[in-house]
Design a protein around this ligand. Sequence first.
Ligand code: TF8
Length: 337
Amino acid sequence: MTTFRRTLLAAVSAATLVASFGAIAQDIKPRIIRFGYGLNEVSNQGRAVKLFAEEVEKASGGKMKVRAVGAAALGSDAQMQQALIGGAQEMMVGSTATLVGITKEMAIWDTPFLFNNAKEADVVLDGPVGQKVMDKLQEKGLVGLVYWENGFRNLTNNKRAVNKLEDLDSIKLRVMPNPVFLESFKTLGANAVPLSFSELFTALETKAVDGQENPYNTILSSKFYEVQKYLTVTNHVYSPWIVLVSKKYWDGLSKAEQKVLLDAAVKSRDFERKDTREEAAKALAELKAKGMQVNELTPTETNRMREKLSAINASIAANVGEALWKETQAAVAQARK
Ligand code: TF8
């Protein structure tokens, strides 16, 4: 090769490089993304939002900055969802259960005892059924990116150890503002009251309610052990979190910017699930050490609970649609194989 040709080639490839970098740089603009969440900074949720922010900043060469705001300082899940729909806030993470009023299909995840373990949840949520339910959000002005793990929910209260169904009688139990949760705990005999998570600690502290149900991680990070005596291991439902973007905002982003957010969301999902599971594995011992009295339900009592709750399956199926109900059951059966 002549020196001339070599110089020419080098010049051309350098130009191509500059051009493509230039295109990427032009496609990523300086942006500030307000990302709200309900738990505090030192929770599994807070840690995963922080990782997401770091990944976005890295992948955008520092141009896209995530301003993370925890502890429901931007509002309850429901308030943030409305802010996203209106375009006043860019991103959030929260329970799928609080989205049911916007997208009725989300209620499929509220089905008691739908998943037996985290693996089944991952396979179904990350598979075609999970994607289909997530895609339903778009017509309502929201874009779902990934599901994170909130986790299997367990019962706490201040009145008595719950060893059998009858022990739930007259317990005033806070549930998420969601019809399936309300129906579930009414069916079990509790006095269920819907309340936003942001008001929960105070409600427990002032004894406006006797109890609540959440994964171990949250009982620990939100310091519910300070205001709750009894913990009953029920694992009555698996609760997903979902990372959301305002559709108004999303549609104004370039393909390159959308990719930065989606890639970071996938990384945050993998990190969050691992982190949450590691924390959950140690949390019960920690909650005991903090003074909580923990009991497990006998298999007989768990079965009674399952049976009672199966009475609401028909209404869930009717609400989300029989087709989605059947598809989900099939996907779970497949994941179980
Ligand atoms: C609940 C949920 C909450 C989450 C969180 C605020 O009990 O489990 O912990 O939605 O994102 O309300």
